[in-house]
Design a protein around this ligand. Structure first.
Ligand SMILES: [Cu+2]
Length: 199
């Protein structure tokens, strides 16, 4: 609440009536829960996301490192239009390419160098290195920013979700599936939705 908007001094009740609705309108809610994966060894590489949330989203810049011969993080959830900077913290050269979607190959680069890619299409991009075939990560590119990789225990949280009723879905690299759920988000509130992911 900005004092200047609410001044001059009025009885408290009038001030609240004038100021609170404007604050509440801009506020989102939280969707959280736990994903139960069968078999549990496929817990990794799971993203929970809202299928379609109309809006215009400011493009973000994120970073994926290559460190200890691994892509870090292993699973990254971004929004279409976002740019990912691929870093190299290892002493050896790495390559960055993906055969998925519109596909890209950002070439090879040494420690301390980087290359960037802006994702123009939604989908899941396997992130590979042609020099080290064992390196693998996934970049989930959603229509909206309300997506998250689950943590090691299967927990996820989607923050600042606009109020409304949305479809909650799951992507899993091992092609496990979950029935879509409908969640209703209320400003300032948290809705808990657990998901069961299986074959
Ligand atoms: Cu590599």
């Amino acid at each position: 609440m900005t004092p200047s908007v609410c001044a001059p001094v009025r009885p408290l009740i009038a001030v609240l009536a004038l100021c609170l609705p404007a604050v509440a309108l801009a506020e989102g809610g939280t969707v959280t829960g736990k994903v139960d994966v069968t078999p549990t060894k496929y817990m990794e590489d799971t993203v929970v996301y809202l299928k379609l949330v109309p809006g215009t989203y400011t493009p973000k810049k994120l970073a994926m490192d290559q460190k200890g011969m691994k892509f870090i993080p292993r699973v990254m959830a971004v929004t279409v239009g976002d740019t990912v900077r691929f870093l190299n913290s290892d002493a050896v050269a790495h390559n960055v390419y993906s055969p998925d979607g519109e596909s890209y190959n950002l070439g090879n680069f040494a420690k301390g160098e980087e290359a960037s890619y802006t994702f123009k299409k939604t989908g899941v991009y396997a992130q590979l290195c042609s020099i080290h075939p064992e390196m693998l990560a996934y970049i989930f590119v959603g229509q909206n920013p309300y997506s998250a990789a689950v943590d090691a225990k299967g927990n996820y949280t989607l923050k600042d979700v606009p109020p409304g009723t949305w479809q909650l879905e799951v992507w899993n690299a091992n092609k496990l599936k979950a029935a879509p759920e409908t969640v209703t988000v209320v400003a300032g509130k948290t809705v808990t939705q657990n998901l069961s992911v299986k074959r």
